[in-house]
Design a protein around this ligand. Sequence first.
Ligand SMILES: [Zn+2]
Length: 347
Amino acid sequence: MKSFPIIDLHQDISYYYVSGASGLTFKLGDFDVDMPGRHGDIPKFREANVRIIFSSVFCLLSTISPRIKEQLKRGYAVELRAWTPKATHTTALEHIKVYYKLAKMYPDDIVLISTRDDIDTAIRGDKIGFLLALEGTYMLEDLDDLQLYYNLGIRSIQLTWNFDTRYAASCMSAKDYGLTGEGEELIREANRLGMIIDLAHASKRTHLEAAEISKLPLINSHVNPKKIHDIPRNLDDEMYEAIKKTGGVVGFMCDLLGKKKDIETYADSIMYVYETFGPDILAIGTDYFGLIDSAPPRGLEDITKFRNLFNLLAKKGMSQTDIEKLAYKNALRVILEHAKNWKTKIP
Ligand SMILES: [Zn+2]
């Protein structure tokens, strides 16, 4: 039997190619090859029944700055390589080009999602849909740049990575100022364009204020609850509540789970949010390819293992209908809500 269809709210596929798979435990290789140990590729996505992947456009470069290393260590409670937002336009474009190239190299398997028709193609299972998503707003020198990135195919925008922006405070901010005036405008403009606003890596105040302003459902694409692992990067109950209030979803991440990093803890993380906030907020946001200096949970080494997760959740008492919501239906609901605003003609 085929597993449930999957929509994954966060993978860093372009990072894997732009950075030559550095820092990851597997080798660089063609995307139509089932590479041992790789988190995903066309054969694995097909086997796992993946329909849509939010494909992250990262815009940061490696740095050896001790100050940044220290800041990140506070946020994650582990040491990992440091990054800095530099040459962000150029870096973002380089990542976007990787997705364009993959779609061109594998036209029978990959579609870049920019229209309602593309969503239907992906959901039917004809092709795997890549929904391009900016990780951070560092490349937006002014609000008009949002339209430019929309025209390039971007359909989701994360307000911050681990550094503050001129629009919003990040989860590792030294002073949580929430949204700036420009940040409020950015949200209105993203709503108008139908770009899905992603609060991953954003501060608590940013979550609460964005939920007040956004007219469309918000997401946090890759995160876990502080109840499972209490670090600044994870969410407290009020933040889940804020996203829930907008009709949005939160993606469970294959990291930030604490010491016992395995499929059981990942399932516990889902069950906690399920029992506290109900089934409509649940989604998957693996962060595969983006788990730098860190391995996925034992039992979820790649995307094909998610069928085992669904079985485990069923054993823990989750209904088939609710597992289906987690796997793709909730995320699809949010995408379709935004697609109503998508215009194919450039104004
Ligand atoms: Zn991230």
